[in-house]
Design a protein around this ligand. Structure first.
Ligand code: ADE
Length: 246
């Protein structure tokens, strides 16, 4: 069972997706669990404030340390093994290899996202044991909003993940993309694949080849001959040649 705890101010922006299609199926089959923590509940003062202006000036508001630390610590109090992910445009670019590592429950400590954090923050212990396999990985995704976050929050973070070189308004969309790309790799979510099979895609980001279904000829656009040939060797070769590599 893989678990994601999402710390957010906008649960309503995330939850419908997790209650649909494959994510819903993963939960129903007991393969995944999604939990939410409302950052507002950890806000300060009568307005439950979670943000403040930056020291040194500048536009916008930053997530403050206190609500975020308290929210993360409330989750870790129940599960010390939980690893913290923060979506940020300056994180390690997310890809299929990372999704696979997270699905398999490896702490991707060798990843660049973790390398630039202090060993204590990485949580990999003084011996630096490297990646560990966890049967029940638990990831906390902290969804920043507003213009950013107080840098000290990173001392609690295990992985900084970027979805690409563009800026979104918050961490909710990245959280969904991370969760979807990881959960679909869990054995039993899509089909009967095993984790060994997932691991065997060790050449990294080998994307799908083009596929076709009926009719053979649609408005003059024909299905490639080889796919109709029944020659499995040739078909495999064609697919290999036509698979997009990221
Ligand atoms: N938050 C804002 N922009 C982001 C991006 N491109 N990737 C991950 N998190 C983000």
């Amino acid at each position: 069972m893989i678990k994601f705890t999402i710390i957010t101010l906008f649960r309503e922006a995330i939850e419908p997706y997790l209650q649909s299609s494959m994510m819903e199926k993963a939960v129903r089959k007991g393969l995944a669990e999604f939990d939410f923590v409302n950052l507002r509940e950890f806000g300060l003062g009568p307005h439950r404030s979670v943000d403040d202006t930056p020291y040194g000036g500048g536009d916008g508001m930053l997530l403050r340390c206190e609500p975020v630390f308290n929210a993360i610590e409330s989750v870790k109090a129940k599960d010390l093994s939980a690893k913290v992910i923060i979506p940020t445009p300056v994180g390690e670019i997310w890809n299929q290899s990372l999704a696979r590592e997270f699905a398999l429950g490896f702490g991707a400590f060798r990843s660049a996202a973790a390398r630039d954090l202090a060993p204590a923050a990485r949580g990999d212990g003084p011996a630096g044991r490297g990646p560990e396999l966890s049967a029940n990985p638990h990831y906390i995704i902290l969804c920043p909003h507003y213009e950013g976050y107080d840098e000290r929050i990173l001392s609690l973070v295990d992985y900084k993940v970027s979805l690409g070189k563009y800026v979104l308004t918050g961490g909710e969309l990245p959280a969904l993309i991370i969760i979807d790309s990881v959960v679909r790799l869990i054995p039993g979510v899509l089909g009967g694949e095993t984790s060994a099979e997932i691991e065997s895609f060790s050449d990294g980001d080998n994307l799908e080849y083009p596929q076709y279904t009926r009719p053979e000829d649609f408005r003059g656009m024909k299905v490639p001959e080889v796919l109709l040939s029944g020659n499995h060797g040739e078909i495999a070769k064609w697919r290999e040649e036509h698979s997009g590599k990221a």
